[in-house]
Design a protein around this ligand. Structure first.
Ligand code: ADP
Length: 405
């Protein structure tokens, strides 16, 4: 079935056209710099043996125009794969925050849209563009079932003692302030793949899944369900990230305001855009920091130490709350590619059952693999994430169920 997966940001539309349930990707693309003077559209038609790429730079004033361009590329006789927009039968939208209301993927209705809008107070950077993406896709792909797949829903199974903050009660009861967690589609995707690698039913596996992209989060998975995760009500806490600070004493932020006179808007910018690896080294690209580290740069060394130390602390605490862990899983840009970070984050954990094979860890590969040593009690896997496929899978699942009832 022709399924379009859409991830709409404030100035971008990322898309994949996938044939479900096979998961064959037919087209991928990115519309960037929407609303700026010069926009960029990068589109790829995937053909066995040779891909067909095209790049346009042109003004894309609105998301609606951007989505129309996506539609015209998908129906293009050369670069496209369908003849008419009505050939798209299913659209899966990535929506960042589903709040408490959405524990699963949902068919988009006006109620769903109004809830996504209400939740924009908590996710002001993500939910409004996600909603725009839904509105424009509804106008263009009129014959498709539109489905929202929430980044938070995998974490819906967190127990109250994990998702509540120890703040006065009314902050939760009246203002919905709690841990929601993010990167849910990625954690869920690698959980499914790890079950296959372990040759077990997903409900029978315990994992620690570590998503290390520009944003980073770690999740404790017990019996296939998320029971704790490092991001919170917002994506700021937890691991050290490309530009986000991760866990920090809230008193530090109060000090920045009260004693250094930095206003709250600027503090927000500092902890989300200027901190993490960028704050420590000036760069947020792990590849660059690794190069500097290997040349003996001390700032880079500190940054990588801090980054991997934080991961290790979380691994330790999640081992304590899960009990028997079958595997830890590294995923996303850094997790999939950096043997240095994987080694630093798991060094000296053999007493806990985690030990990498030096050879398997350092060998380059793009496929999912087991990199643990033969004697390790807990497996260490590297599993390339595929959030688009997971969104398509969940949307397809709901589509087929809808057909039945
Ligand atoms: P996001 O989707 O969150 O933007 P990605 O999952 O693509 O991010 O990951 C981006 C990060 O992956 C960057 O910090 C980049 O440096 C890192 N990365 C990509 N390739 C490598 C590599 N070969 N070695 C180390 N880090 C890498």
């Amino acid at each position: 079935m022709n399924t379009l997966v859409i991830n709409t940001g404030s100035s971008s539309i990322k898309y994949q056209f996938i044939d479900m349930p096979f998961g064959t990707v037919l087209c991928t693309g990115l519309v960037e710099r929407i609303g700026e003077e010069k926009g960029i559209i990068t589109h790829r038609k995937l053909i066995e043996g040779e891909n067909l790429d095209v790049v346009y730079d042109e003004n894309i004033a609105t998301h609606e125009i951007g989505m129309e361009r996506v539609a015209s590329l998908l129906t293009d006789s050369h670069y496209g794969v369908i003849t008419n927009t009505s050939d798209v039968k299913l659209v899966g939208h990535r929506v960042v925050l589903g709040g408490e209301k959405f524990s699963t993927t949902s068919i988009i209705t006006s109620e769903v849209k109004s809830t996504i809008e209400k939740l924009s107070v908590i996710a002001p950077l993500h939910n409004p563009p996600n909603l725009t993406g839904i509105h424009v896709a509804e106008q263009i792909f009129t014959d498709a079932l539109q489905v929202a797949v929430f980044d938070t829903s995998f974490h819906h199974t967190l127990p109250d003692y994990a998702y509540r903050y120890a703040l006065p009660d009314h902050f939760y009861t009246e203002h919905d302030m709690r841990v929601y967690g993010f990167h849910g589609t990625s954690h869920q995707y690698v959980t499914g793949r790890a079950a296959i690698m372990l040759k077990k039913n997903v409900d029978d596996i315990n994992l620690i899944t570590i998503h290390l992209g520009n944003g980073a989060s770690i999740t404790a998975v017990k019996n296939g369900k998320s029971i704790d995760t490092s991001m919170g009500m917002t994506p700021t806490p937890g691991l050290v990230m490309g530009t986000r600070v991760g866990d920090i004493d809230p008193g530090v932020l109060i000090y920045m305001q009260e004693s250094l006179g930095i206003n709250i808007k600027e503090i927000k910018r500092i902890i989300n855009k200027e901190s993490g690896l960028k704050g420590l080294t000036g760069f947020n690209d792990v590849r660059l920091i690794q190069e500097l580290y290997l040349k003996g740069d001390q700032k880079a060394e500190l940054a990588l130490n801090l980054y991997s130390y934080r991961i290790k602390k979380y691994i330790g605490s999640y081992l304590a709350i899960i009990g028997n862990v079958d595997a830890i899983v590294f995923t996303a840009g850094v997790g999939e590619n950096s043997d240095i970070i994987r080694k630093m984050a798991t060094d000296n954990l053999s007493h806990l059952g985690i030990q990498l094979s030096e050879e398997l860890n350092t060998s380059k590969s793009k496929i999912e693999r087991d990199i643990s040593s033969e004697t390790a009690k807990i497996k260490t896997f590297v599993i390339p994430t595929n959030e688009e496929f997971e969104i398509a899978r969940q949307a397809y699942d709901i589509f087929t169920k809808q057909d039945i009832f």
